[in-house]
Design a protein around this ligand. Structure first.
Ligand code: SF4
Ligand code: SF4
Length: 89
């Protein structure tokens, strides 16, 4: 399940460099996550890095993007051709 950023975001920018998939960018009002690039950190880490660093808990799972761990790993592979995942569920 891809993550999303809620309106609680204070645009501190802490999450952006944590994402190995470059899924996070600065939006018009709050930071945003590109669901096509978010793998819930599957492929890199056991837990979601953006959620860990966010000081206001604004990074949350997005129920509109239900995906299995296998689908998330497949997404990671398409984003990182030729690389080996460092974390597989
Ligand atoms: S959950 Fe992981 S992959 Fe998804 S946006 Fe956050 S840091 Fe990036
Ligand atoms: S870490 Fe949290 S508050 Fe900071 S930019 Fe990211 S979502 Fe917004």
């Amino acid at each position: 399940m891809a993550y999303k950023i809620t309106e609680d975001c204070i645009s501190c920018g802490a999450c952006e460099p944590e994402c190995e998939n470059e899924a996070i960018s600065e939006g018009d009002e709050v930071y945003v996550i590109d669901a096509d690039r978010c793998t819930e950190c599957v492929g890199n880490f056991e837990s979601s890095k953006c959620a860990e660093v966010c000081p206001v808990d604004a990074c949350v799972p997005d129920p509109e993007h239900e995906e299995s761990k296998e689908q998330l790993l497949e997404k990671w592979r398409s984003l990182h051709p030729g690389e080996m995942p460092t974390y597989e569920p």
